[in-house]
Ligand binder design. Sequence first.
Ligand SMILES: [Zn+2]
Length: 466
Amino acid sequence: MDEIVELIERNRETLQPDMDRVREAQRLDAVVFAVWQLMRILGVLLLQKVLTGRDQAPVDWGRCPHCGTKLESRGLVPRQMLTFLGMVKWVRKLGRCPKGCKIGHVAPLDEALGLGSRQRSCLSIQSPACLLAVFVPYALAARILEILTGVRVSEDASWEWVQDAGGRAKQIEQEQAAKLQAGCCTQEGRDPEIDKLPVVTGADGVNAPFRVPPGEERPGGKKTIWKEIKVAVLARLGQRERKKDGKQVPVLEQRRVVAVRGEVEEFEPRLWGEALRQGLGSAANVIWLSDGGAWLWNLLGRLQARCADTVTILAILDFYHASQNLWKGIEKCFEGATQAAQAYFEDARHELRHGDPAKVLDGLKAALGAPDLTEEARTLLSNAYEYLLEHKDHIDYAIFKKLGIPIGSGFVESACKWLIQQRFKCVGMRWTEQGFDNLLYLRVAWVNGRFDQLFAAPGDRLARAA
Ligand SMILES: [Zn+2]
């Protein structure tokens, strides 16, 4: 403690204006902020003292990696860095080769502190800045950070930190993929109770706005191109008691997301890797839920083939999409008789939901034989019939319901909204592919509980990733 007293004594003049502000502040909030500011400045002074003190012991400089000559000290050289407390300056010993080899900085303290030679800010400020940017636009993230800490951070700096952290996330992802390729997959730790629950999964696509790259201008000067982001959710299907009526309702546990800008070829291995990490191969039951998009069912077919030896995936067509297609097929068959169409639809929908889907299919088939249908009505009806026929194994809703299995893919569609829409599709936003990907990696890392590992020491990072 004497050290702190001495530190204050020695920096009396530096600290005085901030102490005066504390004394002069009137309202409680003003006093609190003034004290915070004073403590922060004191913190910077303490940090500087501690860091400078760390480099007092004599150093064994070792040998030049280039020519093998014993290195020698070039004395104390200042270093400065932006931290959570503000800008911090200290001095540390640098070594050099007496023969003048260009071997870069040799700074034992930098290494011990985990600092790169070009680094200008430390993870203590980068990580909260990145976390804020996961949720709000960069400029706002920088501003909020300044309000909370008193440290000024530029929008550009917080953007750069996200690019760095996103790059690290991508690297971890690639290491995982390589391990998987080599046939080794580490599952994520789970509660044994959660492990007994069925896996529920599904995927969907959502568009996001991108900048037209320079040199690829579009006719009419269009500035935005829309690209699809493929999103999957993997979770365990649990149940909880609903407070108001004591009924058991489904709830998703251990929810993980996979999101990729690009084609299904890039999406599929990521989804498969995450599925294995979440124990798909050893799950008692696996349920797939999605709308009728052809790419989704082709993808499912390949996933089923991959795990056919260990588990059967129960596939369900989202009920809302099924009934929507049913309505599209029926609507035009009643030419102006909207009420009759509505009544037929309600009955068919009810049968589909609670009864026998084969009856619904039979009904549609019979209707196709009616002689007085217009060509348009017949085409639409036939489309709906074919659609449901193709999915006849995926529409046993009454049975699914009896088994306590959800029949809606709303959990995937809502993931598209909160994962992509909320951050990437705000007014006026347009992204570069790389800028989008880096932030998406971070957002996904946050949702999947893997954000902290991006800011851990490299050794820790691997341990935590496992
Ligand atoms: Zn040398």
